[in-house]
Design a protein around this ligand. Sequence first.
Ligand SMILES: Nc1ncnc2c1ncn2[C@@H]1O[C@H](COP(=O)(O)OP(=O)(O)OP(=O)(O)O)[C@@H](O)[C@H]1O
Length: 255
Amino acid sequence: MNTEREEILRLAKVDKVFGGDVQALRNMSLTVRKGDFISLLGPSGCGKSTALRLIAGLSVPTSGLIDWAQPRGKGDLGVVFQEPTLMPWATVTQNVYMPFRLEGKTLSSVKDDILSVLKLVGLEKFQNAYPRELSGGMKMRVSIARAMVTNPKLILMDEPFAALDEITRFKLNNDLLEMKERIGCTVIFVTHSVFESVFLSDRIMVMAARPGRVIEEVTVDAPYPRDEEFRTSADYVAHCRAASRALEQAMEAAA
Ligand SMILES: Nc1ncnc2c1ncn2[C@@H]1O[C@H](COP(=O)(O)OP(=O)(O)OP(=O)(O)O)[C@@H](O)[C@H]1O
């Protein structure tokens, strides 16, 4: 990990308590630097989505701080959910245009940005298609394009590939890393999957439930770009073993 890279965001001792007694997150600290690919890995209920919602500003911490290094502007944050959440009545282009529309920009002024992100996700031939004409993987690509189109400082992804079949998921994992290389974005990615977290991330925050907390940070120091060769390498397996062990400890800690 290169600590020289520009800092984007810092969480310091963040707690989130719901309804006075559900401690969804305890004492979470995390520094996010430009270019990081960080996974939040843990069992159901360990506070992964709560952490993303706090970072997105959709919820406020009960205590602790969430500090952006620079004031966050519109378009500085992209979010991808497990469901693609596309507007069924709108074309691919119109769906990807949405974040710009919220910024008050006209479609004609951002057409080139939309085309270039659709090329990035491999959907330039589907600009005028409607969501019902697309496969699950293609819909997720549109959702990723919509999150990336404003060139945000940070992209939050909440189990985006969990509902997809394994082959589509592997392909999207590969493509996501390729996109990250090409546009140099910064990602926080929520997943239940050890294999996915190791393939994608340079840092894995392994979390435990009741209360939700980070119990270990696993560093995946394998270089990018990563491809199918990495997925079958001894290095990959060794990192998966380390992350699995940390996850087992997380499950034991919550038992
Ligand atoms: N709005 C809310 N009100 C009350 N409790 C909540 C609320 N949101 C989350 N929780 C509780 O906080 C804890 C953490 O939830 P969270 O959804 O962040 O976990 P998660 O790790 O993302 O789980 P999953 O992997 O199942 O999505 C859980 O016990 C959950 O029931």
